[in-house]
Design a protein around this ligand. Structure first.
Ligand code: 7PM
Length: 282
């Protein structure tokens, strides 16, 4: 079960770990670490990225838009200035498999030109021009479910049937991607934990994750440090590692292929243990 990401291939029969690299001055759990006096520090980012790769991450997910409710809206130019030089450095200096976490067509195109290998779009290519841009890059895309917009999505989210709604939305976006010239073998899906969902919605989606896996597309999940853990464990964001690992293991055991995390070393160990038990391979 090998999946092609640009010039890289990954074995998705084992869960792979995607490391989060937030290039925002104000992110929810790791904000501002690559900035001082508003200036981006490429050397800090490269050092963190090298650590993540050494710890066993197989993908680096670079994002320059803060999706935190209440965060300032980032202009296209600002997002380009943050993301594109980072993608370029990670590709050229580390040879890394770089994912770009963006919804903007221009960011997709310029990142791809610098060697990005995956487009990760929380808006599932719904912005104007995004389907065409993603198709133009020839790269695989991760289509994520979100209800509403980042600013307001957590204000009383409601569903008839959370799993059916998420599945139907993803199927519609897969169809739209296909129409735009993105074939099935370049599509990954993500239920979008925490994006317009209550605790009960998130738990129901986690319970039904095997049914999402059964659609036949690689499944990516982001659960790391999310607010479900605030509710379940009553811990602040810097004390959610144990809870995040529990969720990562549950998701991987349900068939999730890529786990997007802040805590790479710990998650890689957990995935190695799971793989050893499931495959009898160490
Ligand atoms: C505020 C709200 C800050 C949400 C940060 C977040 C995912 C993602 C993010 C995910 C995919 C976070 C999120 N989450 N991309 N980007 N899947 N594919 O907690 O779950 O990292 S941002």
């Amino acid at each position: 079960m090998s999946f092609t990401f640009g010039s890289h291939k990954l074995d998705l029969s084992r869960p792979q770990v995607m490391a989060i690299l937030n290039i925002t001055p104000d992110s929810f759990s790791d904000g501002g670490q690559y900035f001082s006096s508003g200036k981006l520090h490429l050397d800090h980012i490269l050092r963190a990225a090298e650590d993540y790769l050494a710890q066993g991450a197989s993908i680096l997910d670079v994002g320059g838009e803060s999706t935190r409710p209440g965060a300032r809206i980032v202009s296209e130019q600002e997002e380009l200035d943050r993301v594109v030089p980072v993608v370029e450095a990670l590709v050229n200096r580390l040879g890394a498999l770089v994912s770009v976490d963006t919804s903007r067509p221009q960011v997709m195109l310029e990142s791809a030109a610098k060697g990005a290998s995956l487009i990760n779009d929380i808006r599932a290519l719904q912005l104007e021009g995004a389907l065409a841009a993603a198709a133009d890059t020839g790269l695989p895309v991760c289509l994520m479910h979100m209800q509403g917009q980042p600013q307001t999505m957590q204000h009383n989210p409601e569903y008839d049937d959370i799993f059916a709604d998420v599945r139907d939305f993803l199927q519609q976006r897969i169809e739209a991607a296909n129409q735009a010239g993105i074939p099935d073998d370049k599509i990954l899906v993500d239920p979008g934990f925490g994006f317009g969902k209550t605790l009960e919605h998130n738990l129901a989606l986690l319970r039904q994750l095997p049914d999402l896996v059964a659609l036949g597309f690689p499944v990516l999940v982001g659960l790391s440090r999310k607010s479900v853990l605030a509710t379940i464990t009553d811990r602040p964001v810097d004390q959610r590692l144990a809870g995040s690992l529990a969720l990562a293991i549950l998701a991987a055991q349900s068939g999730a292929n890529i786990i997007r995390v802040h805590d790479v070393a710990a998650t890689v160990d957990a995935m190695k243990v799971l793989a050893a038990v499931n495959l009898s391979i160490i």
